[in-house]
Design a binder for this molecule. Structure first.
Ligand SMILES: C[S@@+](CC[C@H](N)C(=O)[O-])C[C@H]1O[C@@H](n2cnc3c(N)ncnc32)[C@H](O)[C@@H]1O
Length: 206
């Protein structure tokens, strides 16, 4: 991601955060506890929503510009029990079965290899551990929104840090062998129309 994209990222997302994302983060993250890994934490939009039931929080962010902003955000809040690493979701630097929860928000769209990333998430989750996801996804096949997503995808990926507009993330989660326990599908209000379709919920490792 370029320095400029990272620098303007929070401003670009501000209206959608106010309109819905903050509420969705709160609703999902209040259920999270114990040892938690957040992949692709970005500038740290979720960190204010973790409760004190989270005993150990590991944030990964591979982009150096985003990581700098993340570190600043964490240090401004004087949060404790947080570690930051620059690892990718495709190669998580953690032992097997070491987390109770993995959190992925608006990140599955950007992974170089979604399938590998989800298998890594499954590897580091404890039995009955949970993936908490909040993702923008492909619109339904055959809709005009999906056609626009497909058309814009190459240029969008180039300028938005490999973000894919048309990922079928729900299917990918299931294909990775995670059981979806809760899922909501809603439009990301105040976002540009091609990123509005979202899914959010919880998937469990059997
Ligand atoms: C759209 S931002 C979302 C940031 C944050 N999770 C949020 O909810 O605001 C996507 C983030 O995923 C990160 N990312 C890209 N590829 C990644 C990968 N392979 N593994 C982990 N994170 C990645 C990007 O650097 C970026 O910070």
């Amino acid at each position: 991601m370029s320095f400029l994209t990272a620098f303007f990222y929070d401003r670009f997302m501000a209206k959608a955060e106010e309109a819905c994302l903050k509420d969705w983060r709160q609703e999902l993250l209040k259920q999270v506890s114990g040892d938690v890994l957040e992949i692709g934490a970005g500038t740290g939009a979720s960190i204010g929503f973790y409760s004190d039931r989270v005993t150990n929080l590991v944030l990964t962010e591979p982009d150096k510009h985003m990581c700098k902003l993340l570190k600043l955000n964490v240090s401004n809040r004087s949060l404790e029990n947080i570690q930051i690493s620059d690892g990718t979701a495709e190669q998580i630097q953690a032992d097997d079965e070491s987390f109770d929860f993995v959190v992925a928000s608006l990140v599955c769209c950007s992974l170089s290899n979604l399938e590998t990333g989800l298998h890594e998430i499954k590897r580091v989750l404890r039995p009955r551990g949970k993936l908490v996801f909040l993702e923008h996804v492909a619109a339904a096949d055959g809709t005009s929104r999906r056609r626009w997503q497909n058309r814009f995808n190459p240029i969008w990926r180039t300028f938005m840090g490999n973000c894919h507009l048309n990922r079928e993330t729900e299917q990918a989660i299931l294909s990775a062998g995670l059981n979806i326990k809760e899922i909501k599908r809603e439009s990301m209000r105040k976002a540009i129309p091609i990123v509005r379709p979202t899914i959010r919920g919880i998937a469990e490792k059997a």
